[in-house]
Design a protein around this ligand. Sequence first.
Ligand SMILES: NC(=O)c1ccc[n+]([C@@H]2O[C@H](COP(=O)([O-])OP(=O)(O)OC[C@H]3O[C@@H](n4cnc5c(N)ncnc54)[C@H](O)[C@@H]3O)[C@@H](O)[C@H]2O)c1
Length: 390
Amino acid sequence: MKKSTSVVRLGIIGLGNMGSSHISWIKAGKIPNLELTAVCDLKQSKLDHYPEYAHFTDYKQLLKSDLIDAVLIATPHYDHTTIGIAALKSGLHVIVEKPISVHKADCERLIAAYKPKGKKQIFAAMFNQRTDSIYQKIRELVRGGELGKIQRVNWIITDWFRTQAYYSSGGWRATWGGEGGGVLLNQCPHNLDLYQWIFGMPDKVRGFCQLGRYHDIEVEDNVTAYFEYKSGATGVFITSTGEAPGTNRLEITGEQGKLVMEGGKLHYTRNEIPMSEFSNTTTESFGRPASWNVEIPVTQKGEQHIGILKNVTNAILHGEKLLSPAPEGIHSVELGNAILMSSLLGETVDVPLPGAKFEKMLKKLVATSKPRKKKVVKTATVTDFSKSFK
Ligand SMILES: NC(=O)c1ccc[n+]([C@@H]2O[C@H](COP(=O)([O-])OP(=O)(O)OC[C@H]3O[C@@H](n4cnc5c(N)ncnc54)[C@H](O)[C@@H]3O)[C@@H](O)[C@H]2O)c1
């Protein structure tokens, strides 16, 4: 196939829920100048759904096929590292699904393989929630100093409800050996990424994980974590796949006021005088700063996966700035690893986390991993999954 400079030729590896969703968006023409030319899956039955593209069962053959300029890796997470390293070394542009790897040491291995050496090579991660204008606005307000010095962050993100059928739909899911973790590694990479994108990485983490509390799984499905920053700021992060209806409420307290995100809305209660200044200057014992209520308009829901694919295509063709560079994906993995490690050790852990120590711990869990009791059940068909993002 002839290489064009105005179109990016894409190959997708892994044609499950996520890979097939990407295909449906590209097929529908939602990403200008992105052309799918080849697909790869270990299972021929998955490939058979897409007779119009070149087929590969071995990703290495796809990488050296000369049919693609970029590759999107949508396999189970452990393979993101192996396939990602091979893809980067082959010089292709690479988009990797979240999480970029299962644990910090693997993230480091993957990122070390990215050596563009002056030549343009794009390496992006599918953190689609970065396209949401509500999170972009929160980031702008926090990082721009509108809230003043941050005192406390509370994020309850429990609207990741998953059924037993979901967990039973794939042998790799929710096992130490197949997935390497639970809600922290499958659903929450998005929130942990946004958390660090907005607030930066904490210095200390204390985690409390309940393993298989709501489902017949061996990994965590209910989590409470406490974060501490050198600045004195603290954070609490709560997540679960076993609560219905769940909550997505982010509350940020700063010297200048309180910002609350809930139900797709952003409400800011702004102090006329910053808290410390008021506290240190007033003669009143029980006074508090006067405040204004501000409803911050949030114009649109982000384009999600389509937005990231558009951004990557434009980055390759026109040098557009990447919204979600893959090397930043190490932070969400490290946070998730730190929460789990702290919970297993029963103590607070420091960040940066010793990646080799966590890898050793995870290997022990993999070695003692027990197969799930419930048998694998068949769930929704390949074309249904993309609708779940609307
Ligand atoms: N960004 C998002 O919103 C989002 C949503 C869901 C899943 N994901 C991510 O996408 C990835 C896949 O998840 P899924 O739910 O689609 O899983 P899945 O089990 O539905 O699909 C995985 C597919 O990969 C194939 N596969 C496995 N190993 C392979 C290999 N070495 N080479 C080629 N094909 C291989 C399997 O046969 C299967 O068809 C995960 O990392 C997950 O975290 C991201």
